[in-house]
Write a protein that binds this ligand. Structure first.
Ligand code: AMP
Length: 214
């Protein structure tokens, strides 16, 4: 079973690319951001504990996300070809924890995809991103608008700006990315597993570039 890591700044399209790739390949999609938002929506004890970090654009403590990922990897069905980690690891300690979990499960890290785009574009994309409250489908007011403004085309739910997509929080998330996550580029470059894929173009073009690598 293969393990692919999708790395990159907020708004670069890791989630969209992971969704398309997993749909086409049968890989499982493990998104730590999505799992954390589900905990918050369910108002679980874990959700209450992490809400403040997410709303203020901070990273949730390493041990909380690491435990979540370890649980998810532990229950994967044996017959799938692999899984994509979308948004994990985000710090060097998380990458080291991941090495441990992969070892325990007799798995190996395959490729790490670094999606790249210019920062102004990321800020514009996040401020126009709209997410369905009910099913999580993602739209964009300028590049992928729903037929009816504010209404999800998949389930009819209400589309909203994610609380952490507000301008101030986006700036904070980008700063956290530069400080905490960018060191992973060198970490994985040294292991010769890092591949760069453009994330600034149209979804189809970015996906075609991804499929040339995996
Ligand atoms: P995302 O949906 O990947 O943009 O993640 C949304 C938020 O969830 C982030 O801004 C963090 O607060 C939190 N989060 C997601 N993944 C991680 C991670 N690997 N480590 C720490 N916090 C995370």
């Amino acid at each position: 079973m293969k393990c692919y890591v999708f790395l990159g700044p907020p708004g670069v399209g890791k989630g969209t690319m992971a969704e398309l790739f997993c749909r086409d390949s049968g890989f499982a999609h493990i998104s730590t951001g999505e799992s954390l938002r589900e905990e918050i929506k369910r108002n679980s004890a874990a959700g209450r504990k992490v809400q403040h970090y997410i709303d203020t654009g901070q990273l949730v403590p390493d041990e909380v996300v690491a435990a979540m990922v370890s649980r998810r990897i532990g229950v994967l069905k044996a017959d799938i070809p692999g899984f994509v980690l979308d948004g994990y690891p985000r710090t060097v300690p998380q990458a080291e924890l991941l090495d441990g979990v992969l070892n325990e499960n007799q798995l190996q890290l395959g490729v790490v995809i670094l999606f790249e785009a210019e920062e102004g574009l990321l800020v514009r994309r996040l401020s126009t991103r709209r997410v369905c409250d009910s099913c999580g489908a993602v739209f964009n007011e300028s590049t992928n608008p729903p037929r009816q403004p504010g209404v999800c085309e998949v389930c009819g739910g209400e589309l909203r700006l994610r609380s952490d997509d507000q301008a101030d929080t986006v700036r904070q998330r980008l700063q956290v990315y530069r400080q905490e996550t960018e060191p992973l580029i060198e970490y994985y470059e040294q292991r010769d597993v890092l591949h760069r894929v453009p994330g600034g173009g149209a979804v189809e073009d970015n996906y075609a570039a991804l499929r040339e690598v995996i």
